[in-house]
Ligand binder design. Structure first.
Ligand code: HEM
Length: 407
């Protein structure tokens, strides 16, 4: 797609600009100094928050900043009328405000409790081993496409109770919705794929309930009444969309970091007890998710005249690199002690799947380092990144000649 170059990051930013996608950190550092609330007229306009203070303040002010529109790229009517299908309740709880948000979030939380997540750990570890078995003898692999991308989709399939043989199809749909959101027809096709597939699965669970998330919603209730079909579809679609790209991007960024920072890799291999703190640091430094909000009434925010229905980008990744809150914010310090990062958001919409995401990220990195303790990027020019709503690497070719096989 032809892109108009960014004239000024302060007044004409573009989150899909290759410079922003590949290396946004210097851009955020400059904006925090010169214009912490940036603006663009592109894509019908948006504000971009870059400081920790502003991002968390907006996340907590749910009266002024609504979640009814959370896409970083606004959906447009596609040509020939084939726009993205609209669900009656959106994708609750993420795209809703209270009261709908409160009770739909409550329906989901038990499915991502520590106890539930623990029950997926053994299958996740086995899956990681199986993936590594497939390439370890080659001495090379694509750590993003061949490994990171393959893990969360299969774990989410298990949660939802759908077959993981369709993983590539699910991944394709979710990428169409999130990664290729600038291409409205592709985005609409991805959404249609998810909705049609899950509609059939929901119908199947009515007849034949299973021990899975879809069945619990199909046979669940609110205020004594069964849940509306459109609501169930919205929640299930959200789980698929929120659980795949996000976690795969976090695993991919972490492996890219380790492949390019051998001193951190060696230390994690020698001191595996550092893993939980290191995982938080990777989440902070490479937070993948930016969300959006809709301004509910004309308001002045940090001196900026925001109008009703303006879009505001909740730049959690930039907040995590704010030097006012994090010492040496642009460095990855794998034993960082104070780390109140907002990779999972802040306030009432804080990620409902964070236990699952942390487990997957930890198991994926632990298993990789156990089997492949030294590795490096084969060709830095072959590394590619995707951005927009979710930032992460899409290709990370690595080499690891003469590594261990499975014991
Ligand atoms: C590293 C991986 C992940 C990251 C960085 C991440 C990040 C986020 C963020 C920033 C939000 C807040 C949205 C907002 O403020 O508007 C969020 C919400 C949410 N996430 Fe995650 N997420 C991850 C993985 C997952 C997984 C595996 C699931 C499981 C399905 C999940 C499910 C959700 C749900 C349901 C919400 C909506 C919560 C609500 O609105 O109350 N996420 N996530």
């Amino acid at each position: 797609m032809e892109r108009t170059p960014v004239a000024s990051w302060e007044t004409d930013f573009d989150v899909m600009d290759p410079q922003y996608v590949n290396d946004p950190f210097p851009i955020w550092d400059t904006l925090r100094e010169t214009c912490p609330v940036a603006h663009t007229e592109r894509r019908r306009g948006a504000w971009l928050l870059t400081t920790y203070e502003d991002v968390t303040a907006a996340a907590h002010d749910i009266d002024a900043f609504s979640s009814l529109q959370i896409s970083v790229i606004r959906p447009e009517e596609a040509p020939n009328g084939a726009g993205a299908p609209i669900l009656p309740y959106g994708l609750p709880p993420i795209s809703s405000d209270p009261p709908l948000h409160t009770w739909t979030r409550r329906l989901l939380l038990p499915w991502f409790s520590h106890k539930r997540v623990e029950s997926y750990e053994a299958m996740t570890r086995e899956l990681c081993h199986r993936l590594i078995d497939g390439f370890i003898e080659d001495g090379r692999a694509d750590a993003a496409e061949g490994y990171a991308q393959q893990i969360p989709v299969r774990v989410i399939a298990r949660t939802l109770g759908v077959p993981d043989t369709l993983s590539d199809t699910f991944t394709g749909w979710v990428r169409d919705v999130l990664e290729f959101a600038d291409d409205q027809e592709r985005r609409a096709a991805g959404a249609r794929g998810i909705f049609q597939y899950l509609t059939e699965e929901i119908a199947r669970r009515r007849e034949d309930p299973q021990d899975d998330l879809i069945s619990s919603l199909v046979h669940g209730e609110h205020d004594g009444a069964p849940l509306d079909e459109g609501l169930i579809l919205g929640i299930c679609s959200l789980v698929m969309i929120a659980g795949i790209d996000t976690t795969w991007s976090a695993i991919g960024s972490t492996l890219w970091h380790l492949a390019t920072h051998p001193e951190d890799t060696a230390r994690l291999v020698a001191e595996p007890e550092l893993m939980p703190i290191a995982i938080e640091e990777f989440l902070r430094a490479y937070a993948p998710v930016t969300m959006a909000r809709l301004v509910t009434e004309d308001v002045e925010f940090q001196g900026c005249p925001m109008k009703k229905d303006d879009k505001v980008l909740m730049n959690f990744p930039a907040a995590n690199r704010d030097p006012a809150v994090f010492e040496r914010a642009d460095e990855v310090i794998i034993d960082r002690e104070k780390n109140r990062h907002v990779a999972f958001g802040s306030g009432i919409h804080r990620c409902a799947g964070s236990n699952l995401a942390r487990m997957e990220l930890t198991v994926a990195v632990e298993t990789w380092l156990q089997r492949i303790p030294t590795f490096r990027v084969a060709d830095p020019d072959a590394v590619t990144w995707a951005g927009g709503q979710v930032r992460g690497p899409r290709q990370v070719p690595v080499v690891f000649p003469g590594q261990f096989t499975r014991d």
